[in-house]
Design a binder for this molecule. Structure first.
Ligand code: CTP
Length: 402
């Protein structure tokens, strides 16, 4: 939804500033690159360190911070974003902004930018209703390029009930999309897309398992992008620490057999399956109910094959969905990937490199080869996984219009 968009998030000193890291995560999950600027008061509610960790960029509040000015000066920062979101915006911030005060870094950036600005006020109800605050909001809303997101009503941190809550991230994301005038992509409108993501865990005993390095980021990016293109998306996820994308139904599974059951139960009512999960090919043949105690010497474990979910889908004779498989290879990428298209009867395969310095595991970016059954191969990336996912889905959607 916000793939490739640069969002500058301004946090001011209200209690809702503690939601800043979650907001950064929601923005990045939607594909945006995010930089954060705080006011000094905001730093009382949320630490620059946590905002830096989630945004991947240094965070500053001081206009005269030599390190930050060296990294990206305030004028360059004002030119950088496609859009600025200030959330939460305090009553004091609204007053300063209305009068063009450049008292801090955020105020200066706002004075120097030409990007659209979305402001989400959040405060105590009486403050929100206070006449000067309402006048400031009305004035800012009338400015060209300025958009106000009204606060939600509900129980506030001050224990009062009324208007003043910071709206949840999906509402703020919608406001950004609208302010940017991003055209909604409806290439998958009405189609049912099933995505698998992450690793599986195959138990050896109640405390140990066989797994792999898959982070789930690629599959989650596919689910998010398919949903933003209008699809009904079901995401079957192995054990990963990722937030569920918007408008996506998520089913958590642990082992390959659970993933098999969850996929096959939905296969014949699905239009497109994106099989990004790194499913274990083997599992311990005889997992024990009790923890295995250590013994001297070596341990030999017997493994048995798991069922190949993708090959089972490929063998379907009725209502077989369009199948997009993945090939994670350490060498001979294209040749091995083409072999899997035939062996598993796929429509497409997304081939990528694992292992070594260009490994895709855990990274935010990827470089892939999308190979169609007919033999056409399209190189995509290096680019953000969200961008890669969107490009793959657009190609698949265009070629498989029902
Ligand atoms: N896959 C699956 N079920 C399995 C194993 C793999 O559905 N039990 C799917 C993966 O989700 C992926 C594709 O098959 O979309 C390719 O998986 P990969 O492990 O790269 O290939 P394999 O067929 O297992 O072959 P190899 O391990 O020899 O590369």
């Amino acid at each position: 939804m916000l793939v490739g968009k640069r969002v500058l998030l301004g946090l001011t000193g209200g209690i809702a500033a503690y939601k800043g890291p979650a907001l950064v995560r929601a923005l990045t999950a939607a594909g945006a690159e995010v930089r954060v600027v705080t006011t000094q008061a905001a730093e009382r509610f949320v630490t620059p360190m946590s905002l830096q960790a989630v945004s991947g960029h240094p965070v500053a509040s001081d206009l005269f911070d030599p390190a930050f000015e060296h990294d990206i000066g305030h004028i360059e920062l004002a030119r950088w974003p496609d859009i600025i979101l200030v959330a939460p915006a305090t009553a004091s911030f609204l007053a300063r902004t209305r009068h063009g005060l450049c008292a801090d870094l955020l105020g200066t950036v706002l004075c120097a930018t030409t990007a659209p600005v979305v402001i989400a006020p959040a405060m105590n109800t009486q403050m929100w209703l206070h006449r000067p605050v309402q006048e400031n909001v009305r004035a800012l809303a009338s400015w060209e390029g300025y958009h106000i997101v009204s606060p939600d009503s509900g129980e506030l941190a001050c224990r009062e009930v009324g208007a003043g809550r910071l709206p949840d991230p999906p509402v703020l994301l919608d406001a950004i999309v609208e302010a940017l005038g991003v055209r909604r992509n409806t290439a998958l409108a009405g189609r049912r897309v099933l995505v698998t993501a992450g690793p599986t865990r195959e138990p050896l005993d109640p405390v140990r398992f066989l797994s792999n390095h898959s982070s789930g980021k690629m599959g989650f990016a596919f689910a998010a992008e398919a949903a933003s293109m209008g699809a009904h998306v079901t995401l079957i996820a192995g054990p990963v620490a990722l937030a569920t994308p918007r408008d996506v139904e998520r089913i958590d599974v642990v082992c390959a057999q659970e993933m098999f059951d969850a996929v096959m139960a939905r296969a014949s009512t699905t239009d497109i399956v994106v099989k990004a999960a790194a499913v274990a090919d083997w599992r311990p043949a005889a997992p024990t109910d009790q923890k295995k105690k250590k013994v001297e010497g070596t341990l030999t474990v017997e493994f048995e094959r798991t069922q190949d979910i993708l090959a089972t889908l490929g063998a379907m004779t009725d209502n077989r969905p369009i199948l997009v498989g993945f090939a994670a290879e350490t060498e001979n990428i294209e040749a091995y990937a083409r072999g899997k298209i035939t062996a598993k009867n796929l429509d497409y395969i997304v081939a990528n490199q694992v292992g070594g310095p260009r490994s895709t595991f855990g990274a935010d970016d990827a470089e892939v080869l999308l190979i169609a059954r007919e033999g056409v191969a399209t190189g995509i990336g290096p680019a953000a996984k969200h961008q890669v996912a969107r490009t793959v889905l657009e190609l698949v959607a265009a070629e498989t219009q029902s």
